[in-house]
Design a protein around this ligand. Structure first.
Ligand code: THU
Length: 131
């Protein structure tokens, strides 16, 4: 799957978002090395802190379906003027399973930035940090 196809797939997830509080839909699409793609959207909650972001939805779907490694690329998209940068909690969760993940971060005009997760979370704390 090309970068553009992964970004387009993430955009299709915006309509699945449950965002009655922020009205800020986010979509995600996570590509595995075997070609499997897991999609995600943000799901909010009246207890705001219980909200789950689109990236973590995609990641947790992947893990719960038996994919714990081999993550290659993740598209994160929003209908925002600025690029839809992953929040700190998502950066940390992704680092646990895919410290070398490539990110495609898009904005409303569908242009996107491609960069490694390590650029957004340098010197991250991961499983090896516990040794
Ligand atoms: N959001 C995401 O889905 N991913 C991020 O990395 C940033 C924030 C969602 C959470 C909330 O539903 C909305 O965007 C506004 O913060």
């Amino acid at each position: 799957m090309t970068d553009l196809e992964l970004v387009d797939l993430a955009f299709t997830m915006l309509e699945r978002s449950y965002v009655p509080y922020s009205h800020f839909p986010v979509g995600a699409a996570l590509l595995c090395s075997d070609g499997t793609v897991f999609t995600g959207c943000n799901v909010e909650n009246a207890a705001y802190g219980s909200t789950i972001c689109a990236e973590r939805t995609a990641l947790v779907k992947a893990i719960s379906e038996g994919h714990q490694d081999g993550f290659v690329r993740l598209a994160v998209v929003g209908n925002s003027v600025d690029y839809c940068w992953p929040c700190g909690a998502c950066r940390q969760m992704l680092y646990e399973f895919a410290p070398n993940l490539e990110l495609l971060v898009a904005r409303e005009d569908r242009t996107f930035v491609k960069l490694p997760l390590g650029d957004l979370l340098p010197h991250g704390f991961g499983p090896k940090s516990l040794n």
